[in-house]
Design a protein around this ligand. Structure first.
Ligand SMILES: C[S@@+](CC[C@H](N)C(=O)[O-])C[C@H]1O[C@@H](n2cnc3c(N)ncnc32)[C@H](O)[C@@H]1O
Length: 589
């Protein structure tokens, strides 16, 4: 009688939506019945007790417990339909889609079902099969609409957003020379190939609004949230496994570059979705749950030392934020020449889809852009935070900048030359002076040309890039020399230099956006080469200036068109290029 009362109380709690209380009551009911476990009557009641409690675990999203309770119920009564249905739902919750699909199929074939049972099970079977295909083969809808990428799609869109499972494509974790661990492709992939689909692990945000906010407050918020995550994870097998991966990865902490190089690359198997318990799927044991990493790691000193320090190190005291933590993608390094694009679907799981933006050969490292890469190197350095960006493009551009400062020196010489002669009208001055100016200018021009050859050899660029850089920098040098040659003191070197630096940045940005932009690059190269003779001649006709501005704008437009698909929004690229073009246009040349 006492048992029946407990069950009734459990049911009442369940109807009220008090899931935890209901689970507790069913627990007491089970304990009481257990005393008489041998009796058939108690056993049939235990089936109900376990099965009802499984439903409350499902409501609480505690799928391990739900699965275990269904198994127990089915041990007593292998024909108990509700327990089978709940077990299938628990398997879905655990991302074991193949097992869930098998269970639904078994139910549809071997049980007498009502029309409504048949209908929801068929639907559930289809969903499990789709998710299994997604997570094993990366077969996802190709026509993802941009509307899902909105920061706030609103409840209606969110409700119908595609529900993606995690997928791990041809990827391995490896060590890099300067950036710690990184992700590499294991076979040749083509432009647009799907590499990875990852769902968010946590999106907690901790923002310290002002520099004056006491660190202790921020720390407290941080600690609370991390503790919440850990406690939640301890209850859930899937999250626990993820948490262990994160701890193994140490992506939550260890800000310092030296320390990064020492970290191990964890085994890839940790990240593969598990499709079936039967295929050697994981089981987190009680021992695992007691792992010191889980019980001790997230204590206050750990958070203070590692997470907080990391955030402060990267962002300074203004911003303290952990947001959007993804497990495997956290191992992908940044490059300003990315070969991977990212789309984040606003579907509740904030699924991130990673695709190749160009063909990538087996063994090459994968890079995504952590921030806007369509800006000059000095602006990118700020975006990159304290650590210098070690990517190929920044390395090249920083070397170029150093070379440009040499050019400044040469330009200074030209300036002196121009000032020396500024009161003279070049076209009326004596042949000797004219000759002198021309000779010195030509000597400098040759010196600059040599420098450019050196510059373009700095990185092992392919022919197209070399040609272009040579063409554009030669042009740069010639324009620098123009005032000396043309005796136009009203145009300052700074203005001219600024103009051409901007041009270099536009093209370098385009060069590095994606493969399609290399086409833009070679077009620009063609344009630059064609333009070179005009630029070398004194510009006398305002129509030519106009045309040149048009050429630049045209380049910008083509870059925008061609770099679509790079993962960056075309509007973003367009705005950046437009701002360059606008600035170029305003300069007097
Ligand atoms: C999201 S993690 C990437 C995985 C990291 N390499 C690791 O071993 O854990 C970001 C960290 O990787 C390093 N990193 C990524 N891209 C880099 C780049 N372009 N230049 C220098 N360091 C980079 C930085 O230390 C950065 O804080």
């Amino acid at each position: 009688m006492a048992a029946e009362k407990l069950k009734g109380e459990g049911n009442t709690m369940f109807t009220k939506g008090c899931w935890a209380e209901a689970a507790a009551k069913y627990g007491e009911y089970i304990t009481l019945l257990f005393r008489d476990e041998e009796s058939k009557e108690a056993q049939s009641k235990l089936v109900i007790g376990y099965s009802n409690r499984a439903e409350t675990w499902l409501k609480l999203k505690k799928y391990v417990q739900a699965h275990d309770d269904c198994e127990r119920a089915l041990e007593y009564d292998p024909t108990h339909l509700k327990s089978w249905g709940r077990k299938a739902r628990a398997l879905e919750g655990l991302f074991l889609h193949l097992d869930a699909a098998r269970t639904y199929r078994k139910l549809l074939q071997g049980f007498t079902l009502s029309a409504s049972e048949k209908s929801w099970m068929k639907e559930a079977l289809m969903i499990s099969e789709t998710k299994d295909r997604q997570s094993r083969w990366g077969i996802i809808e190709q026509d993802m609409d941009e509307k899902w990428e909105k920061a706030d799609p609103g409840p209606e869109l969110l409700a119908s957003a595609p529900n993606l499972e995690e997928y791990v494509g041809p990827i391995r974790i490896g060590r890099t020379q300067k950036m710690g661990r990184g992700l590499f492709v294991t076979r040749n992939v083509g432009e647009g190939d799907l590499l990875l689909v990852s769902n968010i692990w946590t999106s907690n945000r901790f923002t310290m609004e002002s520099e004056t906010m006491p660190l202790d407050n921020a720390l407290y918020t941080l600690q609370q949230s991390v503790e919440e995550i850990v406690n939640e994870a301890k209850e859930n097998l899937q999250d626990l496994t993820h948490l262990q991966r994160l701890i193994q990865l140490d992506t939550l902490g260890g800000p310092y570059p030296d320390d990064l190089l020492l970290r191990d690359a964890p085994p890839m198997r940790y990240f593969k979705p598990v499709n079936s318990l039967e295929r050697g799927g994981w089981r987190v044991t009680d021992e695992d749950r007691k792992h010191p990493a889980l019980t001790n790691t997230f204590d206050r000193p750990f958070i203070t030392k590692v997470i907080l320090e990391k955030q402060l190190y990267h962002h300074g005291p203004k911003l303290l934020e952990i947001s959007e933590l993804y497990v495997l993608p956290s191992l992908m390094n940044h490059s300003c020449v990315p070969n991977v694009s990212t789309i984040t679907l606003n579907n509740g799981k904030r699924s991130r889809i990673f695709r190749a933006t160009r063909s990538i050969r087996a063994g090459e490292e994968l890079f995504r852009a952590y921030h806007n890469i369509l800006c000059p190197v000095d602006e990118r350095r700020i975006l990159h935070g304290k650590q210098n960006c070690e990517c190929q493009r920044c390395t090249l551009e920083l070397k170029l900048l150093r070379e440009v400062s040499l050019l400044n020196y040469v330009a200074g010489e030209c300036g002196d030359l121009a000032i020396e002669n500024e009161n003279e009208n070049m076209w009326n001055c004596s042949t000797d002076v004219k000759q002198n100016v021309r000779t010195r200018s030509m000597t400098l021009l040759t010196a600059i040309n040599d420098l450019f050859v050196h510059v373009s050899n700095l990185a092992n660029l392919d022919d197209v890039k070399q040609d272009w850089i040579r063409a554009s920098l030669t042009r740069f040098g010639r324009i620098l020399l123009d005032p000396a040659i043309r005796m136009l003191p009203e145009v300052t070197f700074e203005q001219i230099q600024e103009r051409d630096k901007l041009l270099v940045h536009v093209i370098l940005a385009a060069l590095t956006v994606d493969r399609a932009s290399e086409v833009a690059l070679s077009m620009c190269s063609g344009i630059a080469t064609e333009e070179a003779p005009n630029i070398f001649n004194p510009v006398t006709d305002s129509m030519e200036e106009h045309l040149e501005a048009q050429v630049l704008l045209d380049c910008a437009r083509r870059i925008v068109e061609l770099s679509y698909g790079s993962g960056l929004k075309s509007q973003t690229i367009f705005n950046i290029v437009k701002s360059y073009a606008g600035r170029l246009k305003d300069l007097p040349f």
